[in-house]
Design a protein around this ligand. Structure first.
Ligand SMILES: *[C@@H]1O[C@H](CO)[C@@H](O)[C@H](O)[C@H]1NC(C)=O
Ligand SMILES: *[C@@H]1O[C@H](CO)[C@@H](O)[C@H](O)[C@H]1NC(C)=O
Ligand SMILES: *[C@@H]1O[C@H](CO)[C@@H](O)[C@H](O)[C@H]1NC(C)=O
Length: 288
């Protein structure tokens, strides 16, 4: 009898166990967590299995305490805007997405949740393409005036620019080339107003610009590239450019070589004809 009771209770245990497991399995967790951040607007996205459950997002800096994100409590969305939560910007944050199980009294440790990877907005937020104006100054210089892009960060009523946020960490990379040439040159400017010098007078140059943050990890250093702007440098073009000069010299040398080859071939030809003429004479002479 005792053995039977033991067996029964064991069976009940197993049964209860499998129920708990099934319950756990049926609580869907957030999956494929992804940080998407542009100009310091930072959104966490994820995917879920279709269900009646809602999700709550918590975040924590470094080893700090977990806080619920105000706008992401018991939401059915699969994204959460954490822009205002992840401040100060230059810290590594992690997020935790909890699946809400309704009235079900759960053990804290068995809560269905998923942790995000660490994210540092200051070092990892993408920077969008900038806008700029280019203005000729004199016969060798133009000014590039770059508009610092606005970010999603506010300080009081002021909307901060990427310069306000990144300060001296923000540089700009300016790539330019002379119209009709393939050689590209590059300058890095610490300021949002840059001078590009040593240009050829009267020539047209085209420029593209991107934010550049060398202090960041490699994959996040470059912002998007701007669209291209071209301008003509003041003054008149100084005759032939170096490229054209090289071209002319090349043509002259080619013509010279061809002339020599033709001359040599012709001479050989003449000599051969003379020879065959002489042979013909000899042949003609033999029968006589
Ligand atoms: C930044 O942009 C790259 C390229 O579009 C993308 O792969 C990456 O996920 C973006 N990073 C963030 C944090 O949005
Ligand atoms: C052009 O302007 C720049 C700065 O404004 C100056 O440094 C440079 O000497 C000027 N060049 C000429 C040829 O005037
Ligand atoms: C750059 O452009 C801004 C706005 O377009 C203008 O207010 C500013 O005066 C310009 N700066 C220079 C140095 O040209």
């Amino acid at each position: 009898m005792a053995a039977l009771t033991a067996l029964l209770s064991l069976g009940m245990c197993l049964c209860a166990g499998s129920i708990t497991t099934a319950e756990e399995l049926s609580v869907p967790r957030a999956e494929k967590l992804r940080w998407i951040s542009l100009d310091f607007k930072t959104v966490l996205t994820w995917t879920t299995q279709p269900s009646e459950h809602t999700y709550t997002v918590l975040f924590a800096p470094d080893d700090g305490d977990w806080t619920e994100s105000h706008d992401c409590i018991e939401i059915t969305d699969t994204e959460c805007d954490l822009t205002h939560d992840l401040q100060p910007l230059n810290r590594a944050y992690s997020a935790d997405i909890q699946t809400n199980t309704g009235g079900f009294a759960y053990d804290e440790d068995e809560q269905a949740h998923t942790y995000s990877s660490l994210f540092n907005p200051y070092r990892e937020s993408n920077i969008s393409a900038v806008r700029f104006a280019v203005r000729p100054v004199n016969e060798s210089t133009v000014t590039i005036n770059i508009t610092d892009t606005l970010t999603a960060i506010h300080e009081g009523t002021k909307q901060l620019t990427i310069r306000d946020v990144l300060r001296s960490d923000l540089k700009y990379k300016i790539t330019y080339y002379k119209a009709g040439s393939t050689g590209k040159r590059e300058v890095i400017s610490a300021s949002s107003v840059a001078e590009v010098s040593k240009l050829d007078a009267g020539e047209e140059y085209c420029f593209i610009v991107a934010a550049f943050v060398p202090s960041r990890p490699k994959e996040a250093q470059h912002g998007g590239w701007s669209s291209q702007q071209c301008t003509q440098v003041q003054g008149t073009a100084q005759g032939l450019s170096l490229g054209a000069l090289v071209g002319v010299i090349f043509i002259v040398i080619t013509v010279l070589i061809i002339s020599i080859v033709v001359a040599v071939l012709c001479c050989n030809c003449c000599r051969q004809r003379n020879k065959s003429f002489q042979t013909a004479q000899t042949t003609v002479q033999i029968p006589i």
